[in-house]
Design a protein around this ligand. Structure first.
Ligand code: NDP
Length: 479
């Protein structure tokens, strides 16, 4: 009898155990099935240009993600966006990038880019401006991505004040190192009160005759160590409690700003041709607002442990999602976390033979480069020789520190290819060619100069897209 009872208890326990395990297995199966029901392999059929991991943005977040993912063996494509290299490439001297005592942001970003390419990441100098995240795979322009890391960063904020657009790059600037040569011995204004504003003053101080910092409240937000550096500069003056009412100037150039004191209401004016705006940054998240959850300021909401957004398979990294730290090193860490989780997400598909074949058959193959290398002119003599001997010449004046110039780099290379039988295209780094700047009075970059039969026939210093530059060249040379 005793034995029967023990046997009964034992078999009941086994029965309960089997039921328990079956239920948990079924629940795990159904929950996995549920979560992945939109991520059906059938969706990959008849799709061209499939990319396992697409990274949008090429700042420290995007490139760190690319290094990690490409090194893990995932086919990774980085779309650089309109500002390749991100904010760090905009003429910033960096002292707190781990392992580097002091170096230019441009060098740091070039090293990151090289490292990502060395691990096999493909870097495309392009902006994605149309997306559809409503189904999987995710549509990015003409490409289909199995997984996406958004690292589109942030753009300098604008004041939204009267005439700001009119004088943008015609006196109102945001990149001090690119434009420092313009303010040599000139009175200059910096607007802001954070670390960026103080850093800009440190960069501009060796060049400017004097600098006025305009702060809208009665205190500076920059950390004291940074502020301490400018407090004792004899030619730097700080005006507190001042707001900008409007900018004023001629048709072509800024000549001054009108201020109002927020405490007394007293109005004043500063005559200046150069204003550097440093009032913080706005996350570049507008493109994603119909699909991803954003907070009130536009930062993309995400799980801080995984960097995943509200859509499975889409991750974020860096300043587009970080409103607290905004440092290159934290952006890089975000990128690594996002990549690790994207790799994990992709492993669900990449271990499946059918998926692997579908992806392989339809994967994106980078085209042969259509552009050609554009030669540099390094002296006034060389320039004069070229315009004497070549019939039609286009010169792009640029600086490696100017973000707008970076955006036209690939365009110029494409146009050099397009016009290779009719026109010679060259570029000039204005920071290395002071004689040329003086001779041709170059004040704003990028600037395009057209020479025909040895004579300067036209010039333009606006930020233009490929078609607009093409139209300008066609009109200039009657093509
Ligand atoms: P912040 O947001 O820190 O500061 C913006 C400044 O601009 C504030 O003083 C703000 O005033 C002022 N401002 C904002 N809007 C207006 C407006 N409409 N009119 C007038 N003034 C305005 O931005 P930063 O770009 O300075 O810095 C961004 C981040 O990058 C920070 O985390 C900073 O620490 C970091 N950084 C670090 C550096 C380094 O470590 N080397 C260098 C540069 C930046 P208010 O205070 O009244 O809001």
């Amino acid at each position: 009898m005793k034995n029967k009872i023990i046997l009964y208890i034992f078999s009941s326990l086994i029965f309960i155990g089997v039921i328990f395990f079956s239920l948990s297995f079924l629940s795990a199966f159904f929950s996995r099935y549920n979560k992945s029901k939109n991520y059906n392999l059938e969706n990959l059929k008849n799709k061209r240009n499939i990319i396992p991991l697409a990274i949008l943005g090429s700042g420290p977040a995007g490139l760190s993600a690319a290094i990690y993912a490409a090194r893990s063996g995932v086919n990774t494509v980085v779309f650089t966006g309109p500002n390749p290299g991100g904010q760090l490439k905009d003429g910033i001297l960096v002292e707190n990038w781990p392992g580097v005592n002091k170096d230019s942001g441009a060098n740091i970003m070039n090293n990151l880019e090289r490292q990502a390419r060395d691990f096999g990441a493909i870097i495309i100098n392009k902006s994605i401006d149309k997306i559809d995240f409503s189904s999987w795979p995710f549509k990015l322009g003409d490409y289909w991505a199995l997984s996406v890391i958004i690292a589109t960063g942030a753009a300098p904020k604008r004041l939204g004040t009267i005439n700001e657009d009119k004088y943008w790059i015609k006196g109102i600037l945001s990149c001090p190192l690119c434009d420092a040569h313009l303010i040599k011995n000139k009175s200059t204004v910096v607007i802001g009160g954070g670390d960026s504003a103080v850093e800009r003053i440190i960069q501009l101080a060796p060049y400017a005759k004097d600098i006025t910092l305009i702060v809208r409240t009665n205190k500076i937000r920059a950390i004291y160590d940074m502020y301490k550096k400018i407090k004792d500069f004899p030619h730097v003056k700080i005006l507190f409690n001042k707001e900008i009412e409007n900018f004023e100037g001629s048709d072509k150039k800024l000549t001054g700003i009108n201020l109002i004191d927020t405490k007394t209401g007293i109005k004043s004016n500063i005559q200046t041709k150069w204003v550097f705006l440093s009032i913080g940054f706005q996350p570049n998240s507008d493109l994603f607002k119909n699909y991803l959850d954003l907070d009130q300021e536009g930062y993309i909401k995400h799980n801080p442990e995984t960097q995943e957004t509200n859509i499975k398979g889409i991750f974020v990294a860096g300043n587009v999602s970080d409103k607290i730290y905004k440092q290159a090193s934290t952006a890089s860490g975000d990128g690594t976390k996002a990549a690790a989780n994207a790799v994990k997400f992709l492993s669900n598909f990449l271990i499946n033979k059918e998926a692997k074949n579908l992806i392989k058959e339809n994967s994106y193959q980078p085209n042969q480069e259509k552009g050609i290398k554009v030669e540099q002119i390094t002296s006034l003599d060389q320039l004069n020789n070229i315009i004497k001997t070549e019939k039609n010449v286009v010169i792009e004046c640029y600086s490696p520190l100017c973000s707008s110039c970076k955006a036209v780099e690939s365009i110029i290379s494409n146009l050099a290819y397009k016009y290779k039988d009719k026109i010679k295209i060259f570029k000039i780094d204005i920071l290395k060619n002071k004689q040329i700047i003086k001779e041709y009075n170059i004040t704003l970059i990028p600037e395009f100069l057209l020479f025909k039969d040895g004579k300067l026939i036209d010039r333009k210093s606006e930020l233009l897209n490929q078609d607009q530059i093409s139209d300008f060249i066609n009109a200039g040379f009657n093509l």
